[in-house]
Design a protein around this ligand. Structure first.
Ligand code: CUA
Length: 190
């Protein structure tokens, strides 16, 4: 065919080439947009992969160590650091209601006793998976005082939909007045 002059041929090839080029531009454009979204959310929400791995034996959580019942909840250390420890299990968080201060860095340390659960505090970037055998830890800051919901966001069994807790974000001065060094705080009604 190449030696035979063909009036329509080169036009057809042009059209095909143009369509293919347009599709290539769309495909490359999509990739650029998706990568830009990943970079933007990563920087804007400070979402980062965990920087280290800490393991724990989920069968012994209740017996000894950091995650025994009377060590759960919020503590204000002598150094002024706020640490919240909690565990997830089918189908609840322990404690069910967390107290944190607004406008101060808060470090969470959490794990699961049984299956994989999800931990998220609504309208914040506090969002992590709780995996048995591993301690999830991250530091965040709550801008506004108020009450937030803390649902499990990883399907963990038939009771998953009913697995959620609350987070009470107190104004920093109210929190500091309430907190006594060394004491575990929560807002679970007694
Ligand atoms: Cu725990 Cu879903």
């Amino acid at each position: 065919m190449s030696n035979t002059p063909h009036p329509g041929h080169s036009d057809g090839a042009d059209v095909v080439e143009r369509i293919e080029r347009n599709w290539a531009i769309v495909a490359v454009g999509l990739i650029v947009v998706l990568v830009a979204m990943v970079v933007y959310t990563g920087l804007h929400w400070a979402m980062m992969p965990p920087s280290r791995v800490e393991t724990i034996d989920p069968r012994k959580l209740h017996i000894a160590g950091e995650f025994v019942e009377n060590n759960l909840g919020t503590t204000l250390g002598a150094d002024g650091k706020v640490i919240v420890r909690l565990i997830a299990q089918q189908y609840s968080f322990e404690p069910q209601c967390l107290v944190v201060p607004a406008g101060m860095p808060v470090t969470f340390r959490a794990t699961s006793t049984d299956v994989i659960h999800g931990f998220v505090v609504d309208k914040t970037n506090a969002n992590v998976m709780l995996i048995p055998g591993f301690i999830a830890t991250f530091t965040t800051r709550f801008d506004k005082a108020g009450e937030r919901l803390m649902p499990c966001h990883e399907y963990c069994g038939t009771g998953h939909g009913a697995m959620w807790g609350r987070v009470q974000v107190l104004p920093a001065e109210v929190f500091l007045a309430k907190a006594k060094s060394g004491e575990r705080m929560s807002c679970v009604p007694r």
